[in-house]
Design a protein around this ligand. Structure first.
Ligand code: HAM
Length: 421
């Protein structure tokens, strides 16, 4: 038997219901917020990710699926969605469109060669948004609130928004220098990964999962003391707007994020669910004001977030484990002989096109087995066809709750069903 690749899984049955539910809720909310849907390729030129996400990040240095196609092109399966959206924004000259900022949302699979564990997969799906063309702190608050409200709408309430600022480029550089000076004499007390990060990406040491409780990190200088006035004021505005929008947040100066493109606002939304361990981050994002110009476009600020659908599915399954998902059908049409089956075929189609979830038998089952099947499918109403009734232009409808039966004129059957559901 050929089995699925490590770190992937099939979404079907109950989990497929959650998968569709999450996508539908997200799309509906994004449309209300006036975001436009965008779909970008699952593979891109490798250089896009190496340049945007950053050579020294875990994602690019250890986790990308890189390959050459038959034309010898270097391609990479996307590890995240932002880089592709920004590439598309530049390539399609969206910055020239009249309506700005460009507010985009997406959903799709991403690929990271990670060590699979609960809530951490090699093929993962994300929903996300990117807003390009506005540096207003109002947009920061809108994006964070959209992420937060999406979880709330799904019934995921025990979450914390952890927010931080990395400041503008000069604040970030000043802080980086101070951090390097502080960490240098303590390097031997940090894990081997952090010792490497010290040379390549020292800020990442702050969100190391191994060293997170070490005294060295607890006493490290805080970015807050290195922000210039402008960055400080900007951050205060974002917090003020979040207060105003009633978003619960916590300022956490250890949030630095694992991708290189961020500046100013960065945030993570974590769930209070023990089983998920370090995979309890349900969504994350931040501002990236230099990424568009860095990738060759005009100077354009940007901000966005992405949420892991797979993790949301796990949380929803856990939250709803005692509840049954209501997946019953509305109508089951019963037919046994060829004449009845022909009538059923057309009737089932008509009902479905009236948006009534309808099913019939396709396995030549007898009447008794069809009753059982209708019960298993939790049909609300049964339409029992029989040749005798049909000759008189009648159909029997049985209410599966009250068990009452009534004969209905075939010309009125659609109206009857719709008004009795
Ligand atoms: P990220 O933090 O790498 O950010 O991923 C965002 C979310 O995707 C995580 O919070 C998590 O829920 C989910 N996720 C990440 N890796 C995995 C995995 N291996 N298995 C399951 N779920 C996972 C980004 O991807 C940025 N592009 C977010 C962003 C958008 N920033 C600005 N705009």
């Amino acid at each position: 038997m050929i089995t699925k690749p490590k770190g992937t899984y099939d979404i079907y049955g109950n989990s497929a219901k959650y998968y569709n539910y999450i996508n539908n809720v997200f799309a509906t909310i994004c449309e209300y917020y006036n975001y436009e849907y965008i779909r970008t390729p699952i593979f891109e030129d490798s250089e896009l990710f190496h340049r945007s996400v950053g050579e020294t990040t875990d994602i690019v240095s250890k986790e990308t699926y890189d390959f050459k196609d038959r034309g010898d092109r270097k391609l990479t399966l996307r590890p995240e969605g932002t880089a592709g959206v920004v590439r598309s924004f530049i390539e399609n000259k969206m910055y020239g469109e009249v309506n700005q900022p460009k507010k985009l949302y997406y959903s799709g699979t991403m690929y990271r060669y990670e060590r699979p564990q609960a809530g951490r997969f090699r093929e993962l799906s994300q929903i996300g948004v990117e807003v390009l063309g506005s540096d207003s702190p109002i947009i920061d608050a809108e994006v964070i609130s959209l992420a937060y409200r999406t979880l709330e709408e799904m019934g995921i309430l025990n979450v914390t928004v952890k927010i931080n600022t990395l400041g503008d480029t000069s604040s970030r550089e000043n802080y980086r220098d101070a951090l390097v000076r502080y960490l240098k004499p303590h390097l031997d007390k940090l894990c081997s990964d952090c010792q490497k990060r010290f040379a390549t990406n020292p800020l990442r040491i702050l969100d190391c999962k191994v060293d997170k409780d070490s005294e060295v990190l607890k006493n490290a200088p805080s970015i807050m003391d290195y922000l210039n006035d402008e960055s400080q004021k900007r951050f205060e505005k974002v917090l003020e707007y979040l207060d105003y929008l009633d978003v619960d947040y916590e300022v956490d100066s250890n949030i630095v994020r694992g991708l290189d493109y961020y500046n100013h606002t960065v945030f993570e939304i974590t769930a209070d669910i023990a089983d998920l361990g370090a995979a309890n981050v349900l969504g994350a994002g931040g501002r990236y004001n230099n990424l568009v110009s860095f990738l060759g476009g005009p100077d354009t600020p940007g901000i966005g977030f992405a949420s892991g659908i797979d993790r949301l599915m796990l949380v929803l399954q856990e939250l709803n484990k005692d509840k049954e998902i209501d997946d019953g059908i509305s109508v089951y049409v019963m037919a046994v002989n060829e004449e009845e089956r022909l009538t059923a075929l057309k009737l089932v189609q008509d009902l479905r096109w009236c948006e009534v979830k309808t099913e019939m038998d396709y396995l030549d089952k007898g009447l008794k087995a069809q009753f059982k099947q209708a019960d298993r499918l939790k049909a609300r109403l049964l339409i029992i066809l029989n040749s005798e009734d049909l000759q008189k232009g009648l159909m029997t409808v049985k209410d599966n709750l009250t068990k009452e039966e009534i004969k209905v004129d075939e010309n009125e059957i659609l109206d009857y069903i719709i008004s009795n559901l």
